[in-house]
Ligand binder design. Sequence first.
Ligand SMILES: NC(=O)c1ccc[n+]([C@@H]2O[C@H](COP(=O)([O-])OP(=O)(O)OC[C@H]3O[C@@H](n4cnc5c(N)ncnc54)[C@H](OP(=O)(O)O)[C@@H]3O)[C@@H](O)[C@H]2O)c1
Length: 261
Amino acid sequence: MGTWHMGESERNRAREVAALSLGLDLGMTLIDTAEMYGDGGAERVSGEAIAGRREQVFVVSKVYPHNAGAKSAIAACKRSLARLGTDYLDCYLLHWRGRIPLEETVHAFTQLARDGLIRSWGVSNFDVDDMEELFDVPGGAACAVNQVLYNLSERAADWKLLEWCRARGVALMAYSPVGQGDLLRHRALTRIAQALGRTSAQVALAWLLRHDDVIAIPQSSDPAHVRDNRAAADVVLDAPALAALDAAFPPPRQPTTISVI
Ligand SMILES: NC(=O)c1ccc[n+]([C@@H]2O[C@H](COP(=O)([O-])OP(=O)(O)OC[C@H]3O[C@@H](n4cnc5c(N)ncnc54)[C@H](OP(=O)(O)O)[C@@H]3O)[C@@H](O)[C@H]2O)c1
């Protein structure tokens, strides 16, 4: 479950915590947050949702590029842990590439892992050329995940990135997996979903989840939508459904770089 835009207003806090808690009750095991979201507010909301059930949840947070230095990343991680009310992150990501050399960030992540503050680390918004640079840095090949924009209408990762990551055991975490809601109003998707007796969100998410090494992190504060998103994990798309989706949302046919939201 994603958490962008959560923790921005006290008025919505109880509803957001309830939505995340419901998702956990239903077996959605991962929460993705960031120090950026709600200026720490989303981490606090996530902390409330995981309180008393920390071991059931895979918690991911992200460091701002300007905080990703050898020492600053360690301090930022400790602030995130305090807001989340936990003593470790399951995965810590560099939110996007900034000016700080990757060597410094990898060094900090390696130290955080050695000290038990994080169990794994990764990156976000990295295309193939960035990943190649990362893997050339000492310790860089320990990267566990790359979180990028990936959904039916944003298929740039299908050009090379997904394959590149797969060949190296790096999981792809698909952000904005329902296109921030807009994708769900796409007529072709609605038609295909209706024919399958499913919702558009279930089909959009099942399309991502058909890969064992792709993680989808839909964000919702609406309990009906949370249930809808959870149901996607039980949907198996057959070959004709996948062909219909490819026809409506064609994969890239020429070199394409990933977009960033
Ligand atoms: N690394 C990065 O740079 C980056 C960038 C963007 C996002 N992310 C992460 O990825 C997460 C997901 O991406 P996102 O929040 O941009 O977009 P998203 O999950 O694709 O879409 C979220 C929007 O879709 C609606 N929605 C969700 N499920 C629905 C359903 N079943 N039916 C109808 N509407 C539904 C939500 O509204 P309701 O609340 O009304 O359900 C919300 O407005 C973020 O929360 C964040 O954790 C990371």
